[in-house]
Design a protein around this ligand. Structure first.
Ligand code: F6P
Length: 323
């Protein structure tokens, strides 16, 4: 192996730059050349490459976003697009590819390996933390901290006005950000995609808070929940109790930005080095992850097919402490 490429794909996440830096610097350490691919798989199909060395990744460790840009490529979803991408890699003499992203990114990487035998290794990079085979995805810790910081601020104003706030957080169809941030901010209820919360349960939690003379209530609503949007939930709650002073906050893309936390920087550095070492050791079609503090390799089809599961105990603790 002489030359490897690295790309970021799907939603950007804080810590992706730290992972790029780790890939490029560890490649240099082992005597490999690195090439960056701009705009995810779109850049692979269009041969949008940039040579990278240790200097080109200076001062990106603390930066959010991704210096390589990201995209959700349509062209790469077609067999023709993947054939062009493989040909572009071969033309550049690239004999290994590191992809940083989520399950969509890994699906593409697996197909590239299966159809064109390109050695690929995935690094989990998404704020959603929804990947099987790792306890943490890069960006999840920073995004959760951003949510906690935001809800703490919302709590100040909620307290001052005796208000109920429904705060929508990201996570696509997974509730990791909602559960951790709800627990960390003392939410009265957390509406998760993984649970069938009913409007009656939500009302009961709020009524109970009122009985206990709570001066503010926070409900964390995961965007992928099955009960409804926070606006729909607010309407339903107001129907039940017209006196309820309820506000909705959608945190949105603020959750994706910002300088990565210490944990995201450390994990990104560790996984970036692990990805290069995996390629050098002849491993391919795998995702590198961290499970119970240890480095783990998961076959990409396993990482794609299986769902990461929420920590049931955190849910139990959140319920006990929300009274
Ligand atoms: O996967 C990361 C994520 O931020 C999800 O939490 C969210 O559902 C989605 O991406 C938003 O995507 P976009 O930035 O394309 O609107």
């Amino acid at each position: 192996m002489k030359r490897i490429a690295v790309l970021t794909s799907g939603g950007d996440a804080p810590g992706m730059n730290a992972a790029i830096r780790a890939v490029v610097r560890s490649a240099a350490f082992y005597g490999l050349e690195s090439v960056g691919v701009y705009r995810g798989y779109d850049g692979l199909v269009e041969a949008d490459f940039v040579p990278l060395d240790s200097k080109s990744v200076r001062n990106i460790l603390a930066q959010g976003g991704t210096m390589l840009k990201s995209a959700r490529s349509q062209a790469f979803r077609t067999p023709e697009g993947r054939a062009t991408a493989a040909a572009n890699l071969a033309a550049q003499g690239i004999d290994g590819l590191v992809v940083i992203g989520g399950d969509g990114t890994f699906t593409g990487a697996h197909k590239l390996f299966e159809e064109h035998q390109v050695p690929v290794v995935g690094i989990p990079g998404t704020i959603d933390n929804d990947l099987y085979g790792t306890d943490y995805t890069i960006g999840y810790d920073t995004a959760s901290n951003t949510v906690v910081e935001s809800i703490d601020k919302i709590r100040d104003t909620a307290n001052s006005h005796n208000r109920l706030f429904l705060v929508e957080v990201m996570g696509r169809d997974a509730g990791f950000i909602a559960l951790s941030s709800g627990l960390a901010t003392g939410a009265i209820s957390i509406v998760l995609p993984e649970r069938n919360t009913t409007i009656e349960e939500l009302q009961a939690a709020i009524d109970q808070g009122a009985e206990r003379k709570k001066t503010s209530n926070i409900v964390v609503v995961a965007e992928g929940n099955r009960l409804g949007t926070p606006f729909e939930l607010a309407d339903a709650l107001k129907k039940h109790n017209p006196d309820l002073d309820v506000k909705v906050t959608i945190l949105g893309h603020i959750q994706r930005g910002g300088s990565p936390s210490m944990l995201d920087r450390v994990n990104a550095s560790r996984l970036g080095v692990a990805a290069v070492e995996a390629l050098l050791n002849g491993k391919s079609d795998v995702m590198v992850g961290i499970v119970s503090g240890q480095l783990a390799h998961t076959h990409l089809p396993m990482a794609i097919l299986n769902k990461a599961s929420l920590d049931e105990d955190l849910l139990r603790i959140a319920r006990i402490l929300s009274i």
